[in-house]
Design a binder for this molecule. Sequence first.
Ligand code: GZL
Length: 328
Amino acid sequence: MKKLIGLAAAGALIVGLAGCASGGSGGGAAEGPVPLDELVVGFAQVGAESGWRTANTKDIQASFEEAGIELKFSDAQQKQENQIKAIRSYIQQGVDYIAFSPVVETGWDAVLNEAKAAGIPVVLTDRAVDSQDDSLYVSFLGSDFIEEGKKAGQWVLDEYADATEKVNIVQLEGTTGAAPAIDRAEGFAEVIAENENLEVIASQTGDFTRAGGKQVMEAMLKSNPDIDLVYAHNDDMGLGAIEAIEAAGLVPGEDIKIVTVDAVKDGMQALADGKINFIVECSPLLGKQLVDIITTLNEGGTVEKRIITEETTFTQEQAIEALPDRQY
Ligand code: GZL
């Protein structure tokens, strides 16, 4: 933990000294690594909106526990102002590193400049910021969401390769302004544009939640009688859509096909049951890699600016085979 030395005097002057070797970007090199049992990391999590997020939180907490590194953790309930407050609190506490998953891409420069001024390195996990100044964070660890959207689009392109009529697609978007929502939409649109019969006739945010997906799907079913396929930016919204489709007396996976992203257990079960047709994996298991980034920096090492997580896709058969071993 950084040591803030307060000099008591009239007009007290608080001088923040990067007392800890780990302060500053890779300050470990100058003064040697901080013993892991003295290292303190502040993590500002998005919330607990989905099965993916819950698995991500559990994995990060378990990884730091296993490494014997103190992790201060906050849940922002999907509100940017709460994440900013948490980051400011970590700066005040003089943690050695800050890591967070930005709920939306914009609006981070001010608080990240405060962390930089305090000499506290920041690691982005899961989601990106759109800042032009990439000195504000040391590394961004997470998926390539555009690639995920392309994988989803490619399945739709293949599924309807012989379509001679219009294919009506509705899109359940993630949180408005969030990198995965923006990029999964972009990648998907780029690929399906190769077949003019494939058309997104409605697109709306369900905020990555099951309830949101159900609510939006209910409205879409009312205003679009002939939906062929749902593309949901995460499993949870796809599972909500299943509830709405079944309530409307239709068969999910048959009357209306469903493609989602994440591959959490509930989504994989729905895929195995034929209610979802295809899932693009987005791994929430970032904890070990985050610990490795921080221990490397603490030892004065350097890390890649962009670390992309490995992930795959699942058909129904693959889901049936993979389910017994799924960790989340
Ligand atoms: C993706 C992550 C998204 C998941 C959702 O890395 O940010 O947020 O796809 C989660 O399930 O809510």
